[in-house]
Design a protein around this ligand. Structure first.
Ligand code: NAD
Length: 388
């Protein structure tokens, strides 16, 4: 039996779309029928006509919502969802446990792409966190550079020599490494921090200088992710890194701990020591902010002239590329579910259900993408059950 996928138009502030026309062709070939809501791709430059040319049925929201699978970037409006449906989106379950609860109550199977078990090489092509974080890291630098009152690269001119801008990147995962590489390409001198010692080599490999914190312990867990810092170390790392940032022109913050509020890497007091005109782009404004003074979705200027940008959804500001990559991720995932026997949400698939209950991934909540089905939270998502 062919499965219908309904691609809904996201809410107004979201310019991305979860499935782009070129993916429709691939999905149709392997047995899916793709229904796309009218104008779903308009903000990412994909017309209804283009979708139709690639084999989609473009129709109204009512008809799209009848599909067996609903595909979306953000968690959709509840009235769109029906009992027995499969919802594939970024549910961000630890910050929004009510979404899991509500899907559970409605007997909706919830698949959260942001829970992809990243250690599996088979899952890399499905990793929406990496694809979107990478773009966010890139865009954070462009945004920040456009607000800095200096030029970024070194320039030797007849009117005098311009020294390169100093950029500090806090947190060097996927987003941070792309921010370092982008700032470097613009010609900045780039310093970067992380609490995982393995990040030092990666920082250097993209042209950054690792900020060494004296007596640094390694805060990498066995799964490769950062674990929460001890209170002593928080003070020490923040002092060291903020001292390096005190004369920076641009600071990009990307530090995160999976499923938790953003760690503070720039306390309010530290901002007072930053130089006038410094721009901080806080990539974690949506989860509490790395800078204590960040205001979500606002750009503020402090009394000492530091500009703090709290823009959320940076990938949404490059919707064509971000949609294409998200769509490739979701297509790869949906392709893995279509076997010769048909659509299969088999629980033996480790991308769906993740590692066994006692593994570190499980403790981190990185069980798998399948969060709930048939009215119960998946047993491998015990950490999530605690939150719910
Ligand atoms: N397919 C894969 O195997 C795969 C895919 C993506 C990422 N990864 C790895 O996962 C790890 C985490 O990457 P991510 O981008 O998801 O991370 P993330 O978005 O969870 O966090 C961003 C970065 O912030 C760092 N951080 C946390 N607290 C900090 C603090 N107080 N100060 C400074 N830095 C702090 C983290 O160590 C991390 O590097 C990396 O090792 C990355 O290479 C693996």
């Amino acid at each position: 039996m062919s499965m219908r996928i309904g691609v809904i138009k996201e809410f107004e502030a979201e310019n991305r779309v979860s499935i782009v026309p070129s993916s429709v062709k691939k999905l149709s070939k392997i047995g899916y029928e793709v229904y796309v809501e009218t104008e779903a791709g308009i903000s990412s430059n994909h017309s209804d006509q283009e979708y139709e040319e690639f084999g989609a049925i473009v129709t109204d929201r009512q008809q799209v919502s009848q599909s067996e699978i609903i595909s979306s970037i953000n968690f959709p409006a509840e009235e769109l969802l029906r009992e027995g449906q499969i919802l594939i989106c970024n549910a961000d379950p630890f910050r929004h446990p009510s979404r899991v609860r509500s899907c559970n109550d409605k007997k909706i199977t919830l698949i959260s792409m942001d829970m992809i078990p990243r250690r599996l090489s088979r899952a890399q092509s499905m990793d929406v966190n990496s694809s979107q974080d990478n773009l966010a890291g890139y865009k954070s630098v462009l945004l920040g550079a456009s607000l800095v009152s200096k030029g970024i690269p070194m320039m030797t001119t007849s009117a005098g020599t311009v020294r390169p801008a100093k950029v500090v990147v806090m947190g060097s995962g996927v987003a941070g490494l792309q921010a370092i590489a982008t700032a470097k390409r613009l010609g900045a001198v780039v310093f970067a921090s992380d609490v995982r010692i393995t990040a030092a080599e990666q920082i250097e490999s993209v042209g950054g200088r690792f900020i060494v914190v004296e007596g640094m312990e390694d805060f990498e867990d066995e799964s490769g992710y950062a674990k929460p810092l001890t209170p002593d170390f928080i003070t020490k790392v923040n002092e060291t890194v903020c001292n390096v940032a005190a004369d920076a022109d641009l600071v990009i913050t990307t530090a995160r701990i999976f499923g938790r509020p953003a760690p503070v890497t720039i306390p309010a007091d530290a901002v007072k020591k930053f130089k006038t005109g410094c721009v901080i782009v806080d990539m974690n404004a949506d989860v509490g902010g790395n800078c204590e003074l960040t205001v979500r979705d606002e750009t503020i200027t402090t009394d000492n002239g530091v500009v703090i940008v709290g823009k959320t959804n940076l990938p949404g500001t490059i919707p064509t590329t971000a949609s294409m990559l998200f769509s490739n991720n979701i297509t790869s995932f949906l392709s893995s579910l279509m076997t010769e026997e048909g659509f299969d949400l088999s629980e033996s698939d480790d991308i769906l259900v993740g590692a066994p209950a006692d593994s570190d991934f499980h403790v981190q909540g990185m069980g798998g993408v399948l969060l709930c089905r048939d009215g119960s939270v998946h047993e491998n998502q015990a950490k999530l059950s605690e939150v719910i």
